[in-house]
Design a binder for this molecule. Structure first.
Ligand code: ZEM
Length: 307
């Protein structure tokens, strides 16, 4: 085993605030993607961070954003992660410019930058994740939620990470962003009209609209509402159909979830505050820090920062 002195010598020091600002600026610059989805890489970057962290299990202390396991087939090839190669590809140019940042830090930081740029809250973020991964650390598949299910499933998945009912509803508000792609998840469409603007619109539409079950040509069932007030981007006059997943609908029907949907629909500031806290907690799952905030890794793990 290597001596502590040797370890300290090999371990790079933490990036300065100015270095981190450079990375954040580089992420901001790549968010605008006129040819991608709704014109922004933001939503898929948020999903990348969520899926990198959302494998955490507090019982076994496995999974989580540390290690950036999605770079490898075993985790990256999980059907639940379909489409996230796009998000990782967007960030490759940033990684090339700033090789000192780990993928695990970059993926989580990029989501925080994207949320803020899209008009969302400032989410607390701390660096120091490593890219160390071995087979024993790759979380098993099946740890991410399945949109076709209901409230029991959401509790099973999110309680495993250490979240409560209020946090489940707050985190679900991320579905204000982005869309479903039939070739990724089987579901199709977006939750709100402006899916690159972070707001509490998702909760307001959940409550206000008349959602109807619809079976897609691929056999997948989701809920839809025709938004008569919207105009298609291509200039057509056909009203656009918005969607909800069965799990989204369970937030309405579950007696413990619903009061939070109602509060977040009324109070955007409260939603922002609770979302920011829950998302920050998500990004820290499985990361151990010392009293100075430095990441503490197992002995055999390479990397991390010194002070
Ligand atoms: Zn999502 N999510 N998610 N989610 N999600 C999708 C898309 C996005 C669930 C789910 O099944 C799906 C959280 C929670 C849950 C985002 C963020 C967060 C899609 C569509 C599905 C099917 C994927 C596709 O086809 O591209 C379920 C069941 C969840 C349980 C509550 C949490 C928590 C999130 C972050 C805090 C985002 C931003 C997207 C949009 C991605 C994109 O590419 O536009």
């Amino acid at each position: 085993t290597r001596s502590r002195a040797k370890m300290a010598q090999d371990t790079p020091s933490a990036p300065s605030a100015a270095q981190l600002e450079e990375v954040k600026a580089a992420v901001r610059e790549l968010l605008h993607q006129p040819d991608y989805d709704d014109g922004s890489a933001g939503p898929v970057l948020v999903r990348l961070a969520w899926h990198s962290a959302g494998t955490y299990c507090k019982e076994t202390d496995t999974g989580g954003s540390n290690g950036a396991g999605m770079r490898y087939e075993k985790e990256g090839g999980d059907p639940a992660n379909a489409g996230l190669a796009d998000a990782r590809a967007f960030l490759e140019s940033v990684k090339r410019r700033f090789p000192w940042i780990t993928y695990a830090d970059l993926w989580t930081l990029a989501a925080v930058v994207a949320i803020r740029e899209m008009g969302g809250p400032e989410v607390a973020w701390h660096g120091g994740r490593t890219d160390f991964m071995d087979d024993s650390r790759v979380p098993p598949r099946g740890r991410l939620p399945d949109g076709a299910q209901g409230a029991d499933h959401l509790r099973h998945i999110f309680y495993r990470m250490g979240f409560d009912d209020r946090e489940i509803v707050a985190l679900s508000g991320a579905h204000n962003l982005g869309r479903c792609h039939a070739d990724r998840s089987g579901f199709h469409g977006k939750w709100v009209n402006n899916p690159t603007r972070f707001s509490n619109q998702y909760f307001r539409l959940l409550l206000a609209n008349d959602w109807k079950r619809k079976k897609l040509p691929n056999g997948v069932e989701q809920f839809v509402h025709i938004d008569e007030d919207s105009v298609l981007e291509d200039g057509g006059d056909k009203p656009e159909e918005l969607m909800m997943l069965p799990t989204d609908m369970s937030l309405l029907s579950d007696p413990a979830f619903r009061p939070w949907v109602e509060r977040y629909a009324r109070d955007k500031d409260l939603f922002f505050e609770h979302f920011a806290a829950a998302f920050a907690k998500l990004l820290e799952l499985g990361i151990r820090r010392d009293s100075a905030g430095r990441v503490v890794n197992d002995e055999n793990v390479e990397g991390g920062y010194r002070s």
